[in-house]
Structure formats: C-alpha cells, structure tokens
Design a protein around this ligand. Structure first.
Ligand code: U2F
Length: 569
C-alpha cells in the first residue's frame, strides 16, 4: 500500500519497548523532540505533494543492544558511556515511522528469530525462508547474528540490509578476497555488500550512504533569547568520562583557558570529584540530555580535548550558539596509527577531533588549532570571546533534512532489483556509448544529453549530474571532487570505467589492463599505462597512490544536504 505520513508518535514509543537504560534514553529523546519532528514531517509532506511512496515493511534490529553481543552500552548510559549510537537509532526509528512505514523493532536474538520466522533453538536454519521484510536496518553485531541464524536466506536477502556503521566501511575492506590479499584488516568482517548499504553517522566517505541524526532546532525567539543571554566567559568541556582529561599537555592549555574563562564540565562521577578533573572546574556531573542542551545555551565555548571522536555533541553545541574549539591532529589519526581506530574498516585520516565540524562548518563556529602552540591557543580563546556567533545547524542535521534524505534512499536505492550493467571483461568488448562529452578545457568531462546512454534514465542519482575529474597523485577521489565544490559519487564509476574515457580526456594509453584495485580506473602517467576496474564492488572514492592519477566521478549537491544531488529528490 501507500505510505502515509504519521502525525503522532505514541505507537512508536510502544514499539521501542522498555527495560534497558538505553531504551529509556531513546524514548526520552523521541518524546522530547516529538514536536519538531512532527512539524518537519508536515513540511516534507507538503514538499513532496502527494508523490507516490510505497509503504515498506521494515525490521529494525539493534544488534549492539542485544545481550547476545554483550550489550556493553546499556549499563553505561547513566555513567558517561557513549550515547551517540542511541541518539542515532532513536532518530532513525522516528524518521522511518513518520515517513509512514510499517516497523518491527528487535533488541534480542529471540525477537529477531521469531520475526524472521526462524524456528527458535535452531542454530543454523538450512532452508530458505521467505523474508517478511522489504528492508532491514541493523548494525555489524546484528549482521553477524542474522548470518548465523538465517542459513541460506542470508545471502539471498542481504541486498535488503542496511548497516548502521558509525565510522564507515571503505570498499577495500568490504571485499573479502581483495582485503585478505592486500592486508586490509578489520575486526568487523568482510561482507561483500554494496558499499552504499553501509550508513554512517557523518558524511565520512561518499562510498557509504550518509545517515546522520538530528539536533535540537531553535525558533526565532529562542535564538534571540540565547544570543542575549550568552555568558561570554563560560566554557563547557566536551566529554562525559573522566578518562578524556588524561590528555597530554592539558595543564598548559587548561591554565591558559582558566585565565580567561570559567570552565564547566559534565563528567560522570559516583560519589566524589574524579581525580582527573582539576578543582577549578565546575563539574555538573552527567546531565540528562535536555539539561545538557540548557547548559550549552548559556556557554560561549565548547572545548574538545581530542576524544570522543566524531560524536553528536559538537553539533548540538554549535546549534545552541557555542563556538567549538578543537585540537588539530598532526599527523592525522587513523586505523594505521591509533588504537581507537585499529580494526575499523577504514583508512580515513582524521585530522581533528571532529573533521565534519572542521570541513563542513568551520569558522566562525569552529576553530581547529594546535593545542601545543600556546600562542595560537591563547589567540583563539581571545578571538572567540570577542566574536558574535549565531546558532547554526546544517540542514542535513535538521529533522526535515534527515526525513528528506531517508525518503530519497528508500525511494531510490535498490540493491536487489536492477543489477548494474556488467563491467566489460575484456577491453575489446563493445561498451555502450559513453554519456560523457569533453569539457572546453579537456581536463574534465561533463555529461552530455546528446550522447545518451543505454538505460541511463533509470539511474539514481541521475547521470546528468556527473562530471569527471582526474585526480592529482596525492588526492583521493573524495578530495578531488571536494576541491571543485562537488562530491564523489561512487555509483557513477561504471560510466567512466571505459577505455574511450581515457581517450576523451586526452590521456595516452600504451596499454590498458583490467585489474582488481580499489584505485582504478586510473593512469600511471609516466609510463602511459591505463587501468580499468575488474570488480565493481571495489569502485572507491577513498584511496590514493602517488603512482596513479585516478578518474573520479563527481556530482553536484544540495546546499546543506551533501547526500542528494540538485535534482535527486
Ligand atoms: C561518540 O559517542 P558519545 O556518545 O560519547 O558522543 P557525544 O558527542 O559525547 O554525545 C552523545 C550525546 O550525549 C549527550 C549529548 C549527545 O547527544 O546531548 N550528553 C548528555 O546527555 N549529557 C551530558 O552531560 C553530555 C552529553 C560517538 F557518537 C560514538 O559513535 C563513538 O563511539 C564515540 C567514541 O568516539 O564517540
């Protein structure tokens, strides 16, 4: 049937169930943000003007909250443990529900099995059972459980799965054979899914889909009120666990900060002040989420000590009119040099505590400085205290933005139905006419309507948003597109994985080879060797090697909604 926007969240709150601290936290959040969600749903409904939308049957299996995977997060909800994942799941549930889909929510193996129709107590079901869901949203823990308990059905239905994956999974780590061969190690398994089936908390890599979450929104009166009640010398420290205060060099930069500002913290403690937190810090203890927002409304500065990485709190602080000050990481942190990222399926280089804040927001809201350089640090504090900064929330983190994005994914992302055209096995094979035309300067190509492309009408995003750029040796395709105000679009790689595209770009190929390599298509310029991609699962925006210049598929995007191209809705 048709999906109808919902105008009440009572039924959702029942679906979420109860008992665990984590579920209680999520329900509180859903209740607290209900009005802003409902308003956003009404706005999107008007925007879509009665567009046909199918109602999907959706299973949401939150694996990390199951006892079977240890559920290490629930007992820490009230003790300063990570909340980002629960923030995100609460928001995903709300968005899917408001869009009018039919939902089932499971947080235990037993519930999962009964919803999948797997007989209980059956370790590994050998039969293929019909799956009563169009879509399954889960995480890496849930994926593992489904694999163990669905038998042969798992492979058959894995195209319906969406994996909520905080930090992202790059194609080189996803492809089992390639990762094993090349030593791309991960603790999370090699699943051979389409990389866009992984959905991240921030737009970390365009190889994955950006799912996100929301932050509290302010109306005009609240903005005015906040601006006139800011305490210009009040700073709040980012981090709810005492361990974040163990950062090296803290005495020096805290002493500077303390010269100018009153320092507040929301660090969890049991009975007395954690010894890591200096006496001059006013510690409120861990606050309920809405009280934490109130604190941010008064504060001028939200300061990060380097951990946690890439969480929701800085966005909330900026949305409440704070300036976010954070440390630059030089060299950047990654799975190659840092314990926290080790084993995560990405080689992404994290250049500060919060690269999204640094790159997508920036000054005047975000200052990224070298904390070891006292002059730079002190100058930043002084400048921040003098500055007038409005509350700011990127559109993609508003309720409407998140609803719009999830709507588009559900409407257009199909990993089961239409298989992408096969990659030509031999260079001699005739490929469809290229949809690309030469741009005037001949260093990049744009899509041309005259060229036309067999089956092009059904692609999403639409091929007319495609532009091809050739990377510099030091740049990934992600960066190559970013530098042109565009974003890398991995679904377009198949349009440029053709011999004739090199020709169109005036690249001389003495030889052209098909190989499995996540950097291909690419050219080794000095030796005039061209390479095409043999394995579509390895098409990747991430990755570079100074030996190659890569062919990069870029597209435009909506202001404040990087996941969607201009006519992608
Ligand atoms: C991130 O996890 P965290 O949960 O530690 O991320 P934060 O940015 O600290 O904030 C999560 C929420 O905690 C709330 C705040 C945020 O929405 O409103 N909060 C609160 O309720 N009370 C307080 O006193 C202070 C904050 C990230 F999300 C995870 O994916 C990572 O695993 C983790 C480690 O990098 O960082």
């Amino acid at each position: 049937g048709q999906a109808a926007f919902r105008s009440d969240l009572t039924r959702l709150l029942e679906l979420v169930g109860t008992g665990k601290e984590s579920l209680i936290f999520m329900k509180k959040r859903i209740r607290h943000l209900a009005q802003q969600w409902l308003r956003a749903a009404r706005r999107l409904e008007q925007k879509l003007k009665g567009r046909q939308r199918d109602q999907k049957h959706i299973l949401i299996h939150i694996g990390f909250l199951t006892e079977e995977s240890g559920d290490v997060f629930s007992p820490r909800v009230l003790k300063g443990g990570p909340l980002g994942e629960m923030v995100q799941w609460a928001d995903i549930l709300t968005a899917l529900f408001l869009l009018g889909h039919s939902l089932r929510v499971t947080v235990s193996l037993k519930e999962l099995q009964s919803n999948l129709g797997v007989p209980p107590g059956r370790g590994n079901c050998p039969l293929t059972i019909p799956l009563p869901f169009d879509l399954i949203y889960t995480d890496y823990h849930g994926l593992q459980q489904m694999k163990q308990h669905m038998g042969l059905s798992f492979k058959k239905y894995s195209c319906r799965v969406r994996v909520i994956d905080t930090f992202g999974t790059e194609p080189a780590y996803n492809h089992e054979e390639y990762a094993t061969l090349r030593g791309y190690r991960t603790n999370w398994g090699y699943w051979n899914l389409q990389p866009t089936q992984f959905m991240t908390m921030f737009p970390h890599t365009p190889d994955n889909s950006f799912m996100g979450f929301v932050s509290e929104e302010l109306n005009r009166t609240e903005r005015q009120f906040i601006k006139s009640n800011k305490v210009s010398n009040m700073a709040v420290v980012y981090g709810k666990e005492a361990s974040i205060w163990k950062v090296g060099g803290k005495e020096k930069f805290l002493a500077i900060l303390n010269k100018y500002m009153e320092i507040h913290g929301t660090v969890y403690y049991e009975t007395q002040r954690p010894p890591e937190v200096p006496a001059f810090v006013k510690n409120h203890g861990l606050l309920p989420q809405h009280e934490f927002q109130q604190l941010l409304r008064k504060a001028k500065l939200f300061i990060g000590f380097g951990f946690p990485y890439e969480g929701p709190a800085p966005l909330e602080a900026i949305a409440n009119g704070c300036v976010f000050l954070q440390a630059r990481f030089n060299p950047p942190h990654s799975s190659l040099n840092h314990e926290f990222f080790r084993g995560k399926p990405t080689s992404r280089e994290v250049s500060s505590q919060h690269p999204y804040a640094e790159d997508f927001i920036g000054k005047p809201h975000v200052w990224t400085v070298d904390y070891n350089n006292s002059e730079e640090f002190e100058a930043a504090i002084k400048a921040i205290m003098r500055s007038q900064v409005d509350p700011y929330l990127p559109y993609e983190y508003t309720c409407e933005g998140m609803l719009e994005r999830i709507h588009a994914y559900i409407q257009h992302q199909d990993f089961c139905g239409t298989p992408s055209p096969p990659v030509a096995k031999s260079p001699a094979m005739q490929s469809p006419r290229s949809p690309l035309a030469l741009a005037p300067n001949a260093t990049h190509l744009v899509w041309s309507p005259e060229a036309g492309w067999g089956g092009g009408g059904s692609t999403w995003p639409p091929a007319r948003s495609l532009q091809v750029w050739v990377s510099e040796g030091r740049h990934t395709c992600t960066e190559t597109c970013q530098r042109r105000g565009l974003v890398c679009e991995p679904t377009f790689f198949r349009f440029l994985n053709k011999k004739e595209v090199f020709l169109q770009l005036s690249i001389t190929c003495d030889s052209t080879e098909y190989e499995m390599n996540h950097l291909y298509p690419a050219v080794a310029e000095n030796v005039h060797e061209c390479y095409l991609q043999k394995e579509p699962l390895l098409f990747s925006c991430a990755g570079y090697n100074t030996k190659y210049r890569r062919l990069c598929p870029c597209r435009d995007y909506r202001k404040g909604q990087v996941a969607l191209c201009r006519d992608c809705l």
